[in-house]
Structures are given as structure tokens and as C-alpha cells.
Design a protein around this ligand. Sequence first.
Ligand SMILES: Cc1cc2nc3c(=O)[nH]c(=O)nc-3n(C[C@H](O)[C@H](O)[C@H](O)COP(=O)(O)O)c2cc1C
Length: 347
Amino acid sequence: MAVWYHAADLVLSRLDAEDAHGLSIRALKSGLVPRDRRPDPPSLAVQVWGRPLSNPIGLAAGFDKNADVPDALLGLGFGLVEIGSVTPTPQDGNPRPRVFRLPEDRGVINRMGFPGQGLDAALSRLKRRPRRGVVGVNVGANKDSPDRAADYVTCAAALAPYADYLVCNVSSPNTPGLRNLQGRTQLGGLLKRVQDAIAAEPVPLLVKIAPDATDDDLDDIVAVCRDLRMDGIIIGNTTLSRPANLQSPRRSEAGGLSGAPLTALATEVLRKTAQRVERQFPLIGCGGIGSGADAYARIRAGATLVQLYSMLVYEGPPLVRRIKDELAALLVRDRFASVADAVGADL
Ligand SMILES: Cc1cc2nc3c(=O)[nH]c(=O)nc-3n(C[C@H](O)[C@H](O)[C@H](O)COP(=O)(O)O)c2cc1C
């Protein structure tokens, strides 16, 4: 751990998890967090959706819900940053506390329920930023919405001109009923409506699914995505499951579990998804990634890109550089010239 982050961590780890997060956003806004200025190893360069990325390591949705600091986050060395989930209207989410660290397990449980400033706030920030780097926009539905599919359409249509890719998040466990949108008919209808809504200004459209998807769920989800020629699937969101070996006293908090306890499940569901997708579109592996070895295993299981959030809570921004260095060394060790050569190597 870098010295500067060790000092910051002494403060952050003593705060409520959400207060610590707020402080991190403020530090990023004020330019206090050191940037990663070293160029990425050429072997990490990837080409996705016709665009070059200098590395495949992304920041997952949920850290920058309101598009406050996408460019400062790109400056930490991420190859892509995903903002959101953005909902049409502002909402408070669930009562606090609603984010819990599980340090003994290197995990996090959250039941935030999409708190956010809503579409207009995110839109005005995205409009003001320079279009540099890859910034994806993740969209969701308001809790009290009478037509949840319409919420995705509203957000996607408004945000598409300012997004490098769009993600329909149908897998948050903290908005009751949201995961039902992953069913075959519902998902097909929803994604088709979104595709039609952004047809005038097409951007890559992805769907983010739950790592709790069964084999039958995956059959349906992948069939819909292949039919509609989607641009990718993110596998995945937090899990409602609780591995039996969790140590932390907080392990029974309600909500979605993320971080290290999710690694094995997320890798397995990614692999099953990749087998069904047969390279028709790229996959993003997400869940419990905290090292170059984790990222490499996800790439070998079929991911072109990876994303992370929870392990940043424990390791801070220096983690991004470390993962990139470790991943580059693993590619050399196994004689892969590039990330693309290693994608799906274990399938
Ligand atoms: C506090 C918190 C808030 C999150 N909010 C969102 C969100 O708004 N939208 C979303 O798609 N995923 C959200 N996620 C899920 C992450 O994007 C990611 O899919 C999940 O945490 C697994 O990755 P990780 O183990 O690297 O954290 C959130 C996760 C956490 C921990």
C-alpha cells in the first residue's frame, strides 16, 4: 500500500463506510488524490466496440453515482469508468446505515437502494465534461415507478449522447422486484425499447446481470442478448447469497454482498455466460477483483474487460496500478502478447 494511502486509510477506515466514501469523492473533486501518470504496458491495450482502451481495468457502477468525478477517476489509471446507477428522478434510497464493511472477509454488504440526484443532475455534469477517455453510464429505475422499463428508456435516451456505452442495470438486489426484469419476456421487451429509443444516436448497449442467475436464467438472458445483438453483458452485480465461511459479525446484514467473497461465484457465472455467448459480443467480468491474478482469471474465463469497486475500499487507488502491473507480468509469463490473446483461454 502506498504511503500516502496508508495515512488516508487510517482515517477512512474509522468512519462509517458511506461517510468515508463521501470524503473520497470530495478528495477526488479537489484534486488531492495522486494520478497514475505512468503509461500502461502496451500488452494491456484492448479494442472494444471499435474503440482503443489503454487497459481493460474498469471502475464498476455505484462509486460515482451522480457523475461527480468521472475524469478524476480515469486519472487514477482506470481504462474505463462507469457512472450511475442513474434514475429518472432523485431519490433517497434506504435508511442509513446501509453500507457495511466486512474486513475479516475483505467484503462489503450494501443495501443502498439507488440513492441519487437523478437524471438532470448527472446529465448536466456529463454535458460539461470534455469527451476524453471511456465513461459508461449505468441506468436504473426509480423505486416507486409505475413503469420501470420506461425509466430505463428515459435515462438511456437522454444520456446516450454523453455516454461511451450504456448499461441497463436489472440486477440490483436492493430495489424490490427489479431483478424480475431479467426474465426472458421482460428483458427482451425492456432492451428492445431502449434500443429503439437510442436508435438515432446509437452507443454500445450492455446489460448488467446478477451473479445469482441460474443456468436457466443464463440461457434466457443470453438468448435475448444474442437475438437483439447486444453489445455486452456485465457479470455481475452483488450477490444475495452468503458463503458459509464468512467471518465478519456483519455477515447477516441485509443487502448485496461484494468483494473477495464474491470472486469464485462471479468467475463461475462469467464462464457459463461466455460459453453461451460464443464470442458474439464482449463480456465484462465484475465481482471480487482485487489483484492482477483475479483480473487475469476473469479474462481467461471469457471477459474482455473487468471492473471492480469493493477492493478499492481496502486497497485504495494504488490498487489500479498494481493490478495492471501484475496482469502485464502474467501475460508475459504465459506468453500472451496481449489481453485479447488471453480472452477465453480457459474455455
Ligand atoms: C456501495 C455499493 C454501491 C453500488 N451501487 C451500484 C449501482 O448503483 N449500480 C450498479 O449497477 N452496481 C452497483 N454496485 C455493484 C458494483 O458495481 C459491482 O457490480 C459489485 O459490487 C461487485 O464488484 P466488486 O466486488 O468489485 O465490488 C454497488 C456496489 C457497492 C459496494
